[in-house]
Each structure stands twice: as structure tokens, then as C-alpha cells.
Ligand binder design. Structure first.
Ligand SMILES: NC(=O)c1ccc[n+]([C@@H]2O[C@H](COP(=O)([O-])OP(=O)(O)OC[C@H]3O[C@@H](n4cnc5c(N)ncnc54)[C@H](O)[C@@H]3O)[C@@H](O)[C@H]2O)c1
Length: 412
């Protein structure tokens, strides 16, 4: 197949591109490098990544892949011209600004997130509509966009019954968000729903839970092929940050009470599941996948699971609870949820801990503890409490057995 991956230079997009190319597909990555630029300006990452072209050349040469790269902004590029020349059979849209804290950090960041995410989605679906509306589009959405409203979360559409009357046709499951990034995902769902109804398009909405891990399989230890691992308070995701804190001798910092609930999925499982869409029957209309393999854990339970896994490797990690929650979340609304129709496979944090911990420990000299401290508070200027200053951290103590490891980031 000829496959376009918009956002293929990102945390998820790069291993997905590699897997699809290793499976014999011809892959075109379109990316404007927004993630690299934002992390360079206000984030922190473990790896010194090669340029996109460097790592693509490396993959094509060493792994026999057929990957090409176009640096372009999905929100304004003439994608129709690209489609006419590349002739895609399948399109993945991962090209979004995915940080909720970043989207809430300033007026300009809010506007940038809306423009980037919503205009990209519209440019992509409109261009597919004009080129060939039958081409399937896989859109990365977010599990966090679902409203946790006291009933099990159905897969996208459902048929509620009110006053003993059932709706005549399935309607979208309620969605609601506490931040601008997730709200852009909700708005995209509405646009995609309209495009499938009115233009006969085929869009799979992947309701992605929080991804964690490193997905080393098939990389043969080649540093040049690893995906990014961002750990700062703006772009790092919860479990990746907790594991990094635990193995770096830093306290695992749980915001607020830790009763917020979330779903998780390993990077490897997400990549395998997304790449399997090349062999599943073409979607018709607007379809949803609830992409979660570890469902309904509280943030405190996640921290405790990391602590227990660390202990098995001889690492004593401390958990701190009760600091101001900069996310101003409505914890009541996130008390608990059931999941309908998620993918079948189940995973555990414990099973992945050693691989991720080893990955981090090899690169621990890159870690700047100050970058883990949240610096965005989401309330209004009237209600927001100042974010706590950085706590003094314990000096970094590598776990037993890892004392001699040195930084090995960058090109192999
Ligand atoms: N990582 C997670 O835990 C998670 C959870 C839920 C949903 N998602 C979604 O999955 C997708 C991939 O997430 P990720 O973690 O790999 O994020 P990422 O930021 O690493 O990847 C997104 C990529 O898209 C690119 N991009 C952004 N805007 C673009 C534009 N206008 N034109 C071209 N390229 C653009 C970025 O440069 C980046 O390389 C995103 O849509 C994200 O919202 C991720």
C-alpha cells in the first residue's frame, strides 16, 4: 500500500511509520516539525534525535524501508497535489498539537492549538473529499474527549433511551473536555461525522488513551531509530513521567488527590493495532475504536504500580500526593468509567517497567529535574493558585546495577 502519515515524525508517528515500512508498505511522512520546535522552546526530551531525513535515510538503508519525507504544514499545504502524485491507499492523521497544558498556557498557545489542529483536520478531509472520498482516513482522537457521565463509555455512537423512548438512529456518545486541546479533538469528531454523512467519507476515529513506553522491537538497538521520550510537565505524559521520576531518584509527583482516572496503552500495542488497520476491511462511514489496554486506573494507582515495579528492580521510589493540581480538573466527573468495545488485549504497567526503566537509565545524564515541575495553572486569573515552586530534589542515584551506565543518546 501507499500510506501517508501526517505527523509521522512524532512520538507515535515515527514507530508507526517504521512498522508499516518494515511490513513492505511505501510510506510518505508529512510533518511540520511542530513538536520538535515546541519541545526545544519549552520542553525536555531524553534523546538527542537525528533530523527526520537522517533517521529516514538510516531506516531505508539499514532496514530496507521505503520512507520519504515532506516538511509541510497540514493546516495549509496543497495536499491534493501531494495525493495526486503519491496516490495514497490509506491516510493516517496524527498531525496535531497534543499537549493539554500547552494549549492552556497562554492566549497565543490556545489560538495556535485551535488553528493547528482543527484547520489541519479540515484541510486533510477536504483534500481527501476532492481527491477520492473512498480513501480511508485514520484519525487520532483522544479517549480524554469522552464525557465521564456515570455510564459505560460506548464506542463512539450509542442509542440512549429517555422516558422509555429509544433514539431512532445512533448518536455520538457525549463528549466534554476541561482544556482546549481536547476540545479541538471533540470539534474534529463533529467535522468528521459530517464528512462521513454528507460526503460519503470513511474515517476511523481512534479514541487513544495515554500512551507510554519506548517500543524497541525491531530496532536492533539502533539509537538513530528510537522515538522521542519527552518528560517535561508540558509534553511528557503521566506514566512516562512517573517511571522517569522513579528511576531517577525523584519523587513520583501526583497532582491533587490522585483520584483522577485515566486509561493507558503501551506504545508497542498502539503501533501494532494501528498498523493492523492496513489488513482489516476498509471502514465504511464514521467508525470508532476505543484504544485502551489498561482501563480505569486512578493516577494514584498508577503511581503505586510504578513504585511497586521499581521496588522489584531494587529502586526505592517515594510518592508525593496533595500538591496543587494545575489542571483544575473536575475530579468528580472523572470518578470511574466502564469501557465498551475497546481492543481485546490487556496489558500491565509491571510488564513494561524494566524495558522503559533501562531505556531511561542509559540516558539519565540528560534529565533536568526542574523540567518536571508544572508551570502552567489552568484556572482563571481569579481562581488559579500559583504553581508550587520546584521542590529540592534528592541527588540522582542510579539503581543498583546501573551505576556505570553512560549517556548514549544521539546517532548510533
Ligand atoms: N501520546 C499520547 O498519549 C496520545 C494520547 C491520545 C491521543 N494522541 C494523539 O495521537 C497523535 C500523535 O500523538 P503523539 O504523542 O505522537 O504526538 P507528537 O506531538 O509527538 O506527534 C504529532 C506530530 O504531528 C506533527 N504536527 C503537528 N501539527 C502539524 C501540522 N499542522 N502539520 C504537520 N505536522 C504537524 C508534529 O510535529 C509531530 O511530529 C496526536 O494526534 C495526539 O493528539 C496521543
Amino acid at each position: 500500500m501507499n500510506i501517508i502519515i501526517l505527523g509521522g515524525d512524532g512520538y507515535l508517528g515515527w514507530p508507526l511509520s517504521l512498522r508499516l515500512a518494515q511490513g513492505g508498505h511505501r510510506v510518505l511522512i508529512i510533518d511540520n516539525l511542530l513538536r520538535r520546535k515546541l519541545v526545544a522552546s519549552c520542553g525536555a526530551t531524553l534523546l538527542d534525535l537525528p533530523t527526520p531525513q537522517e533517521r529516514i535515510d538510516f531506516a531505508n538503508k539499514r532496514l530496507g524501508c521505503d520512507i520519504s519525507f515532506l516538511e509541510a504544514d497540514a493546516s495549509e499545504a496543497d495536499l491534493g497535489a501531494v495525493f495526486s502524485s503519491f496516490k495514497p491507499d490509506l491516510i493516517y492523521n496524527l498531525a496535531q498539537q497534543p499537549s493539554a497544558p500547552y494549549s492552556m498556557s497562554s492566549r497565543m498557545a490556545a489560538l495556535q492549538t485551535i488553528r493547528n489542529n482543527e484547520l489541519s483536520n479540515m484541510n486533510i478531509i477536504w483534500s481527501v473529499r476532492d481527491y477520492d472520498p473512498r480513501i480511508p482516513v485514520v484519525k487520532m482522537a483522544s479517549f480524554g474527549a469522552y464525557a465521564n457521565c456515570g455510564i459505560d463509555i460506548e464506542c463512539g455512537y450509542f442509542k440512549p433511551e429517555i422516558n422509555k423512548k429509544k433514539v431512532s438512529q445512533p448518536i455520538l456518545f457525549p463528549m466534554s473536555a476541561d482544556d482546549i486541546y481536547h476540545t479541538t479533538k471533540i470539534n474534529d469528531v463533529q467535522m468528521n461525522s459530517m464528512a462521513c454523512r454528507e460526503w460519503g467519507m470513511n474515517i476511523v476515529e481512534v479514541m487513544q488513551s495515554t500512551i507510554f513506553g519506548v517500543c524497541e522491537e525491531g530496532l536492533s538497538g539502533e539509537n538513530a531509530l528510537y522515538t522521542r521520550y519527552d518528560y517535561d510537565a508540558m509534553f511528557g505524559t503521566v506514566l512516562n513521567r512517573f517511571i522517569l521520576q522513579a528511576v531517577s531518584g525523584l519523587p513520583i509527583s501526583v497532582y491533587g488527590t490522585g483520584h483522577q482516572r485515566t486509561g493507558l496503552m503501551s506504545l508497542g500495542a498502539a503501533v501494532r493495532s494501528l498498523s493492523s488497520l492496513t489488513t482489516s476491511p476498509s471502514p465504511s462511514g464514521h467508525r470508532f475504536i476505543n484504544h485502551v489496554t489498561i482501563s480505569d486506573m486512578s493516577v494514584l494507582e498508577i503511581a503505586q504500580s510504578v513504585q511497586a515495579s521499581a521496588r522489584k528492580m531494587g529502586i526505592q521510589a517515594e510518592i508525593t500526593v496533595g500538591s496543587e493540581n494545575p489542571r483544575a480538573e473536575n475530579v468528580q466527573r472523572k470518578q470511574t468509567y466502564g469501557v465498551q468495545s475497546s481492543i481485546a488485549r490487556k496489558e500491565s504497567i509491571e510488564a513494561f517497567f524494566p524495558e522503559i526503566a533501562t531505556h531511561i537509565l542509559k540516558r539519565s545524564a540528560f534529565i533536568d529535574p526542574n523540567m518536571l515541575v508544572p508551570n502552567v495553572s489552568w484556572g482563571t486569573p481569579q481562581t488559579a493558585k500559583p504553581v508550587e515552586p520546584a521542590r529540592p530534589v534528592r541527588p540522582h542515584r542510579p539503581a543498583a546495577g546501573f551505576e556505570g551506565l553512560q549517556v548514549v543518546g544521539g546517532l548510533a
